[in-house]
Design a protein around this ligand. Structure first.
Ligand code: NAP
Length: 252
């Protein structure tokens, strides 16, 4: 264990079989939290945990009933101090002219409705613990880029869901932070129509960087509320700057 800064806290991380969610679950476990981790691929969570004491749950975030069951199981057993939602997806056929109604619905249900289902089910436990919610949104919800209208709409919705929830719930001690990362070197990039080359991936943020931002938020005193946190790779992006001239880079 690296440190015990989260000792006594229970964290539920959704989308924890890979990338940012997996790195966050592992860092939280290393920091002393009791960690419940969920995704569709339960075995990938267990493998990725590398022997850490992480409880893995199988869950499809786009299915309200599946989300409610898991959140209630965790909440009734251990309570929930920190909820992190890192489940998300994009697909190659992302341009407006390629988007179908089915594709649009799938994107919104995983990236946006799933976050709502999770937050809604966890609210009683978060109020009881005066807890923290971290939603992994994206800079793609803030400015136009090549990630596609459905993805961008889902991420803009996620950021505003966090803002609105915090507007209501801060009086109950519940904080909602939206993290807006730029490009992070994770498997989601493989779904781009043209996956980025190695040199771009090397210059991108690492999932562990975003996990550290989650840990920072989770270790702030409860009086300190950060509604939004933007984080981009220094060599590639800056605020409002979505790409370098060569090679072109979008975000997820
Ligand atoms: N990588 C980037 O450049 C970047 C930039 C900004 C924001 N983000 C956001 O960061 C979040 C994490 O993505 P990542 O980059 O870490 O990609 P990733 O490695 O592909 O991880 C995505 C995670 O979401 C889970 N997931 C997908 N669909 C799900 C579903 N229906 N139910 C439950 N879990 C589901 C996946 O697990 P299963 O497949 O096992 O279900 C996986 O654990 C996403 O919301 C993404 O939009 C990424």
């Amino acid at each position: 264990m690296e440190g015990a800064s989260l000792s006594g806290k229970t964290a539920l991380i959704i989308g924890a079989s890979s990338g940012i969610g997996l790195a966050t679950a592992n860092l939280f476990a290393d920091s002393g939290a009791k960690v419940h981790a969920a995704a569709r691929r339960r075995e990938a969570i267990q493998e990725g945990a590398g022997g850490r004491d992480v409880t893995a749950h199988a869950l499809d975030i786009s299915e309200e009933e599946s989300v409610r069951r898991t959140v209630e199981e965790v909440g009734e057993t251990d309570g929930i101090d920190i909820l992190a939602v890192a489940a998300g997806m994009n697909f190659p056929e992302r341009r407006l002219e390629q988007l179908t109604a089915d594709g649009w619905d799938a994107m919104i249900s995983v990236n946006l409705s799933g976050a709502f289902y999770t937050i809604r089910a966890a609210l009683p436990y978060l109020r009881a613990s005066r807890g923290l919610v971290v939603l992994i949104s994206s800079v793609s919800g803030r400015w136009p880029d090549a990630s596609g209208p459905a993805y961008q709409a889902s991420k803009a919705g996620m950021t505003e869901l966090a803002h609105a929830a915090g507007f209501e719930e801060h009086v109950n001690g519940v904080r909602f932070t939206s993290i807006l990362p730029g490009i992070v070197d994770t498997p989601i990039l493989d779904n781009r129509p043209e996956p980025p080359p190695r040199e771009v991936r090397d210059a991108a943020l690492k999932p562990e960087d975003v996990a550290r931002a989650c840990l920072f938020l989770a270790t702030l005193p409860p009086r300190a509320y950060v509604p939004e946190l933007t984080m981009v790779p220094t060599a590639i992006q800056a605020l409002g700057k979505t790409s370098t001239a060569t090679p072109p880079v979008g975000e997820e």
